[in-house]
Design a protein around this ligand. Structure first.
Ligand SMILES: Cc1cc2nc3c(=O)[nH]c(=O)nc-3n(C[C@H](O)[C@H](O)[C@H](O)COP(=O)(O)O)c2cc1C
Length: 318
């Protein structure tokens, strides 16, 4: 896909090519939904074509304004957000954002969601029909209005029905992004695999809160928000490993607190076939690109010829 990649391969560089959930990537590093806009915002700040892929901001059938401010705050080793899934909606996405993405030179996954079953199915079907969309990532950490606001993705039987309904209308690779706000991540992953998902993305943010002691008010307007960044990496890694070990039959994309190449390698060793970089792009917009180089350096130093050798390579003495 890129000439610099061809040059590195010719020079005997480790192969970074990989495949996850029905999509081939020229390296295993993608950028995470909600932390990389619609791609174009980062065009002047990093080389999009050097990325394995990018995942767009979550798209819903109609535009959404999101939650009232303040909706982000910094925490120890991370951040809380309650953006409230602000986005332009399917129609404006197709008209205003997709033409750029079609030409950006990397794989494009569109993250999507709904507030009812019908909205999920409608949104997924419309997005999958668009030229330039390589695959879909379904965000199931969204409140189910008809079930009193409980996240769709928390109940394996609700999740099974949702994945089945979306699978029936989506003829492109379908990844499901799991919530970590559960006591049984394997049951959720299995619900996806058994109902036709092509991959699972693990994890979305962990519910948390923060208080301003001076005003005695919550630091974000909705009180609760999603915790992301380095603070969540050990939890994410544990969940990726649990799902990998359960052999559910579909690959994993690992997400959570990745800051550098070694963090990404940890996810591969735990069983992820590829990774997404999220909050770190706010610290350094070109971090995903740097992480790819650092993974390559690791492979070279460790004598790894093909990055896929690392997947699930965790050494454990039992
Ligand atoms: C500001 C912000 C917005 C996000 N928006 C979305 C979203 O629209 N859809 C989604 O599935 N995940 C969303 N996420 C979750 C991230 O994609 C990612 O799963 C999470 O932040 C953990 O990765 P990280 O620790 O590398 O940031 C968002 C995260 C942040 C920080």
């Amino acid at each position: 896909m890129s000439s610099s990649l061809d040059t590195r391969e010719a020079a005997g560089a480790p192969a970074l090519l990989t495949n996850c959930g029905g999509i081939g990537f020229h390296n295993p590093v993608l950028t995470a939904s909600g932390t990389f806009g619609y791609g174009q915002e980062f065009d002047a700040l990093c080389s999009l074509r050097s990325l394995g892929g990018l995942v767009t901001k979550g798209i819903s059938p109609s535009p959404r304004l999101g939650n009232p401010p303040p909706r982000i705050c910094e925490t120890a080793a991370g951040m809380l957000n309650s953006i409230g899934l602000e986005n332009v909606g399917v129609e404006a996405f197709a008209r205003e954002k997709l033409p750029f993405l079609r030409a950006c030179g990397t794989r494009v996954l569109v993250n999507f969601f709904g507030t009812t079953f019908d909205e999920y199915v409608d949104c997924g079907a419309r997005l999958a029909a668009l030229d330039g969309v390589d695959g879909l990532e379904m965000n199931v950490s969204c409140p189910n209005i008809k079930a009193g606001g409980i996240e769709f993705g928390r109940d394996p039987s609700v999740l099974s029905d949702l994945v089945k309904a979306c699978r029936a209308v989506i003829r492109k690779p379908l990844w499901v992004k799991l919530t970590p706000n559960t006591s049984d991540i394997v049951a959720l992953a299995r619900a996806c695999a058994d109902n036709g998902a092509d991959a699972v993305s693990i994890i979305n943010t962990i519910t948390g809160m923060a208080i301003d002691v001076r005003t005695r008010r919550p630091k974000i307007a909705t009180v609760f928000g999603g915790l992301s960044g380095p603070a969540i990496k050990p939890v994410a890694l544990r969940m990726v490993y649990q799902v990998y070990r359960a052999k559910i039959g579909i690959p994993i994309c690992g997400i959570g607190g990745i800051q550098d190449g070694n963090d990404a390698i940890e996810f591969l060793l735990a069983g992820a076939s590829c990774v997404q970089v999220g909050t770190q792009s706010f610290v350094d917009p070109a971090s995903a690109e740097r992480i790819i180089r650092e993974m390559e350096d690791y492979c070279r130093a460790q004598g790894v010829i093909d990055v896929r050798e690392l997947v699930g390579g965790l050494a454990i003495s039992q």
